[in-house]
Design a protein around this ligand. Structure first.
Ligand code: PA5
Length: 429
């Protein structure tokens, strides 16, 4: 389902050298599949798509349907990092860029920042809405979602009554421990579990991603089916993720290409870039090593960052996410005056212009010293998104093992928290 092509790196990388990296990638893949590498206790995501049962789907769909019965038209999803970006990415990719669906509630996100005005505006929106909330925290102790949940919990209790609040709040957290687990038990919230062996940034195919996506009206069965078929392919020998991991490590280690830009020509894929940045950045950026993951949307960013990419420091490579088929057709119209001299395009699809922009950009950037890979899907839908999620998770595990780091921990994110707690005068800091 996912097609991978690295011919845009041919002029940069020696084939024999690349072969060595491909052999390393095969070894890393074997270690990942055997569960023999660092952090292997967090590799439950490898088999998740095949393990989601009919009961799991139905439990999720029950919440969605109960909230429909209550007339809920706003669902606030509270979470940060891996407890937020997968669902946000799916909703942005699958949704209409401008219109709200009429058959599903609006889903908004909170708990992903500490901006005061953001919270004030969220409560403005809640005032005008029929509200429910999904609070997601694997650890159950993360400050940002805990702050947002305090506010939203109080809002729901004040508006609907303390005894009715549990109808409108679902918690997704650890099976055994954490403040959120305790609170959910005490308040009688419906709860879902983040499996012990799945870390936050690998959790989009657990209720962390699936519940918000289902509540927003999208087909989570198709999403999981897409992930499952990609899983089958990658586990049974499709080497596209291996070649991607091999090439990015080769570009990094041999050519000093320290920044990878995930590029899309479709603005709906912007948050796939955000999700991907967390996945690779948090998994690989440690022990003084790691490719810096960046993301851009073209042609928009060709008019801003395009200058740097063409002409700035030669430390970049691009991975372009290609979508082969647009689901809607828009043709450029003829204009009698033709003052803009666009009549040569009359009758052509806007997507054709976008594709020519993609090909033109590829040639310009490759000629300018920026190697380029392509990852292609047929169209943006649930199944292809599920496939992309799994493809990148798998590639990330392989790539991080090639780099020699543990992909499944994140010791570096603790430093800011310690300082912040001390400044906030949290007891014990
Ligand atoms: O990938 C990760 O582990 C992190 O990004 C976490 O998802 C993020 O820090 C949120 O953690 P929690 O779900 O425990 O609140």
């Amino acid at each position: 389902m996912i097609k991978f092509n690295y011919s845009g790196c041919d002029s940069f990388v020696d084939r024999a050298l690349l072969k060595e990296y491909e052999i390393k990638a095969q070894n890393s893949r074997a270690i990942l599949l055997r569960g023999a590498g660092a952090g292997s206790e967090f590799t439950g995501w490898k088999s998740l798509p095949a393990e989601i049962s009919e009961d799991d789907f139905q439990n999720i769909e029950t919440v969605r349907d109960q909230w429909k019965t209550l007339g809920v038209n706003l669902v606030i999803v509270i979470g940060i990092g891996g407890s937020y970006l997968g669902a946000k990415c799916a909703l942005e990719a699958l949704g209409h860029s401008f219109l709200q669906r009429t058959d599903a509630p609006r889903v908004v996100f909170a708990g992903n920042c500490l901006c005061e005005e953001y919270h004030a505006q969220l409560l403005d929106l809640a005032q005008q809405s029929n509200v429910a909330c999904i609070v997601i925290s694997k650890s159950g102790t993360t400050t940002e979602p805990a702050v947002a949940f305090r506010l939203v919990k109080k809002f729901i209790e004040d508006k609907y009554g303390r005894d009715r609040a549990a109808e409108r709040i679902v918690a997704i957290t650890d099976a055994h421990k954490g403040a959120l687990k305790t609170l959910a038990g005490k308040e009688g919230y419906c709860s879902f579990v983040v499996p012990d062996n799945v870390g936050g940034r690998f959790s989009v195919l657990t209720p962390v991603g699936l519940l918000p996506i289902a509540v927003a009206g999208y087909d989570i069965r198709a999403l999981v089916r897409g992930a499952a078929s990609e899983m089958e392919a990658l586990v049974n020998g499709d080497d596209s993720a291996l070649r991607y991991a091999a090439m990015r490590n080769c570009l990094y280690s041999e050519l000093g290409k320290k920044v990878e830009i995930l590029v899309s020509f479709n603005p709906r894929m912007q948050y796939l870039g955000e999700w991907w940045k967390q996945l690779f950045g948090e998994s690989e950026g440690k022990d003084g090593k790691g490719i810096f993951p960046a993301s851009l949307t073209y042609t928009t960013d060709l008019h801003s960052m395009g200058q740097y990419i063409q002409d700035g420091e030669r430390i970049l490579f691009e991975t372009v996410l290609c979508v082969e088929k647009a689901l809607r057709e828009v043709r450029i119209c003829e204009d009698e005056l033709d003052l803009d001299q666009l009549n040569y395009l009359a009758g052509k699809r806007v997507g054709h212009c976008n594709e020519m922009a993609r090909l033109g950009t590829a040639k310009a950037h490759i000629d300018g010293g920026v190697p380029q890979m392509e990852i292609c899907i047929e169209q943006i839908d649930e199944a292809n998104l599920g496939a992309l999620f799994f493809f990148f998770e798998f590639a990330c595990g392989v790539s991080a093992y090639m780099l020699g780091v543990n992909p499944f921990n994140q010791p570096g994110v603790e430093a800011y928290k310690k300082n912040m707690f001390a400044l906030l005068e949290k007891p014990g800091y």
